[in-house]
Design a protein. Structure first.
Length: 313
């Protein structure tokens, strides 16, 4: 079977692409990874997605996306994609998507594999994920109103997120392994001027502690190796992201961090589009991922119809 479009990734971008593509009556297959789960599934509460009339979990929102895609006729399968290669079908150029022991053919491909937060890799991190450990201040800051929280990192993202968090928290402690910030000077100046922000210099987190939620983090000074516990109600880990694009290295153009370079959602490979966090972009949120998915699906539809000779003239 040759699909009109294969979508790689089962997050908001991929599922929105599946909704739009199948609704346009394209033969659509979505391949969802078994190992790289969408970041949104880690969110315990979502309240900033337009149209949601109640707070819901990320998993609940994803299930709604899936039902809608299936209702329009999209086919959803589980499979970790390992390679995308060219192929020809009925004299038409297409793409073969290889996943474990299976392969699938399509006239177009939407890459929506997302990115994963870089983790600290310390005891307690996975245990308290969604229960005090967060990787997105925009997503979770409102749940820490009047609380004391810690931000791990010293770059632009960490400092920007720390300043955003002060709109809700009573105190924000920035934990950085060096004695000065890596963030740009103007951001650092703003952080130093913010009375709600404190700094734990030359320190790394070695453990995250709590009962039902985070209560403290253990810090180790990198110079004298002295340890101490810092009480906090939440930990925001802001040490960067890693896009799930390794299987496409050397195939699609990427920047130095592995994000796919696009023009809109288009790549330089005809018939291959990218949506969501896997591409170079400014804001990584459910709503922007969904927008990308819709745009990528539309571009895929235009491409497929042109290839088939059915484009409306």
């Amino acid at each position: 079977m040759t699909y009109d479009v294969i979508i790689i990734g089962g997050g908001p971008a991929g599922l929105t692409a599946a909704i739009y593509a199948s609704r346009a009556r394209l033969k659509t297959l979505l391949l969802e990874s078994m190992t790289n789960l969408s970041q949104i599934t880690m969110a315990s509460d979502i309240e900033n997605y337009p149209g949601c009339d109640k707070v819901m979990s990320g998993m609940e929102l994803i299930e709604r996306f899936k039902k809608q895609a299936k209702d329009f006729g999209a086919e959803l399968k589980i499979g970790d994609v390992t390679k995308v290669i060219p192929f020809k079908c009925d004299k038409k150029e297409g793409w073969r998507v290889e996943a474990a022991s299976s392969s699938f053919d399509a006239l177009s491909v939407v890459v929506a594999t997302g990115a994963r937060p870089r983790e600290l890799g310390v005891p307690g991190e996975s245990k308290f994920c969604g229960k005090g450990v967060s990787y997105c201040a925009v997503c979770d800051a409102p749940f820490y109103k009047g609380k004391n929280i810690a931000v791990v990192g010293g770059g632009d993202t960490a400092v920007e997120e720390a300043m955003f968090l002060t709109k809700f928290a009573d105190k924000v402690t920035v934990i950085h392994r060096r004695d000065r910030l890596r963030a740009t000077k103007i951001l650092a100046e703003r952080a130093f001027a913010n009375k709600k922000i404190e700094f734990a210099w030359d320190s790394v987190v070695t453990e995250i502690k709590g009962d039902n939620s985070v209560k403290s983090v253990t810090l180790k000074n990198v110079k004298d190796e002295e340890k101490r516990d810092l009480e906090c109600d939440g930990v925001f880990v802001m040490i960067g992201y890693a896009p799930n694009t390794g299987f496409l290295k050397g195939f699609l153009d990427m920047n130095e961090k592995g994000y796919i370079i696009t023009e809109g959602t288009r790549t330089k490979k005809e018939g291959i589009f990218v949506a969501g966090d896997a591409r170079v972009k400014i804001l990584r949120q459910v709503v922007t991922a969904a927008g990308d998915g819709a745009t990528a699906a539309y571009n895929a539809r235009m491409y497929v119809e042109e290839l088939k000779g059915t484009a409306y003239k």
